[in-house]
Write a protein that binds this ligand. Structure first.
Ligand code: ADP
Ligand code: ZN
Length: 440
């Protein structure tokens, strides 16, 4: 089995555009009629639904931001009567107050089909046992992959995250072949298997679908080795549906966007100008056929690059690169832009595991920049002089990547808290007070 929905996943570009055009015309009419916020925005810009004839007219529509979602919380953007909805999910609240999204049964089906496509692209069939170790509940990770696994007909283990002992016991006893969780939790499960003396070739897994947070190519290599599997990326966000907006195929070179449901654009985050294919910028999504919560031109704040380069898997949907952090993940430290993913890249290249925490503070009007990095048992057994040497070497490597000098603190093995969901990599004490207003 190569595709979940072959005809759709491999259709020629002209057909994709034709479908997108038809759906967009219908969708714009739907939101204009049912969502006051859109109607007002479009009226302000002097755009009527009749002005939208196809996908080329997308640019005429206004953008929508996360602040708009917060302002319209909870029902402001709902485009169908509440009684027609069957589900609510919510963002993890990584960057502020939570946002809620609504789904009709049609919207749930569409989302789960996207997840089933991702599973098949990772080599799964109905013969597989799929262990879903993303959190269940309001978070979209668990419910999304759970639904996809059902649609494909896999035997589904709805583990949710946490209780790593039980995760490993079920994996081994029930013969889980596909693992779905965040990459940081996958790394932790790998570590835990090793501690229990279970070699990579002795677990039943063959593939993993990991997403919901940024992870580097180096981290992928580490997870593949630790679990003895192929590790696939999956991307999504609650506002657009959840995981499965895009997914990786066997090429492992970027994620195919489910373009029959979602249109992607890349814009300059400062000017809003649409950038040509191949440019790096902010990813913007339009939902073509969702009924309850159909966002148009939603600014994700995720930074990536789109490509229509032909893929050897036969899928024709365009691909996006891994978003290596969001525009608002970027730290400005002593005036220099720093992405946590750059730090992770250096650490893994220098032979450390991705167990680290970045702490930024301010003292005497200067930014203080510390990185705590865990040693493995061998490093820990070294002399004090040896460890100091390592710290210096790592600081030098960081300086050449980032342009500024962090203070490196090598800490004992297993002393940095492991994550069962999205990892907390950054503690920015400069922002804690202003952030708190949003959290909760
Ligand atoms: P929150 O914004 O509160 O974290 P979500 O749980 O909906 O809410 O998370 C969506 C966000 O997670 C995306 O906008 C993106 O920043 C991040 N994300 C999801 N999948 C990936 C991935 N595969 N790689 C990098 N980042 C990802
Ligand atoms: Zn492909």
């Amino acid at each position: 089995m190569r595709y979940f929905q072959e005809k759709i996943e491999t259709m020629p570009l002209e057909e994709i555009r034709k479908i997108q055009s038809e759906k967009l015309v219908r969708q714009v009419r739907h939101v204009y009629e049912h969502v006051r916020c859109y109607r007002e925005r479009m009226d302000e810009m002097g755009v009527k639904p009749e002005d939208i004839h196809g996908i080329d007219d997308l640019r005429k529509l206004p953008f929508l931001t996360k602040d708009d979602l917060r302002d319209n919380y909870p029902f402001g953007l709902l485009a169908v009567p509440k009684k027609d909805c069957v589900r609510i999910q919510s963002t993890s609240g990584t960057t502020g107050r939570r946002v809620v999204a609504f789904y009709t049964q049609h919207d749930v089906d569409l989302w789960e089909e996207c997840c089933a496509r991702a599973l098949v692209a990772a080599g799964a069939t109905s013969d597989d046992v799929c262990q879903v170790s993303y959190g269940y509940g309001l978070f979209t990770g668990g419910p999304g992959l759970n639904g996809g696994s059902h649609k494909l007909g896999c035997l589904t283990l709805p583990m949710s995250s946490g209780n790593t002992d039980r995760q490993i016991q079920f994996m081994m006893d029930l013969g889980a072949t596909v693992l779905c969780c965040t990459p940081s939790y996958a790394a932790y499960i790998g570590e835990s298997l090793k501690e229990r003396g279970i070699a990579p070739e002795d677990n039943p897994l063959k593939a993993g679908i990991f997403g919901a947070e940024p992870w580097t190519e180096e981290m992928r290599q580490g997870i593949q080795k630790a679990l003895g599997i192929k590790a696939y990326d999956i991307y999504g966000l609650t506002e657009i549906s959840g995981p499965g907006v895009s997914f990786e195929c066997e090429e492992q070179q970027g994620m195919h966007i489910n373009e029959d449901h979602f249109v992607a654009e890349i814009i300059d985050p400062d000017t809003g100008e649409v950038l040509p294919e191949g440019s790096k910028g902010e990813l913007v999504f339009t939902c073509l056929d969702k009924e309850a919560f159909p966002l148009l031109r939603y600014r994700t704040r995720d930074i990536c690059v789109l490509s229509r380069k032909k893929c050897s898997c036969g899928r024709t949907f365009m691909r996006m690169t891994k978003p290596m952090g969001r525009s608002d993940d970027m730290l400005i430290i002593r005036g220099v832009n720093v992405f946590p993913s750059q730090i992770e890249t250096v650490l893994l290249k220098e032979g450390y595991a991705p167990n680290y925490q970045i702490i930024v503070d301010r003292a005497n009007n200067t930014d203080v920049f510390d990185i705590m990095v865990e040693m493995d048992d061998d490093m820990f057994a070294d002399t004090v002089a040896g460890i100091t040497r390592r710290e210096k070497a790592l600081a030098t490597a960081m300086k050449s990547m980032l342009g500024i000098n962090p203070a490196i603190h090598l800490v004992a093995p297993r002393s940095i808290q492991r994550s069962e969901g999205k990892a907390v990599r950054v503690i920015d004490k400069r922002k804690l007070t202003s952030d708190r207003q949003w959290k909760g």
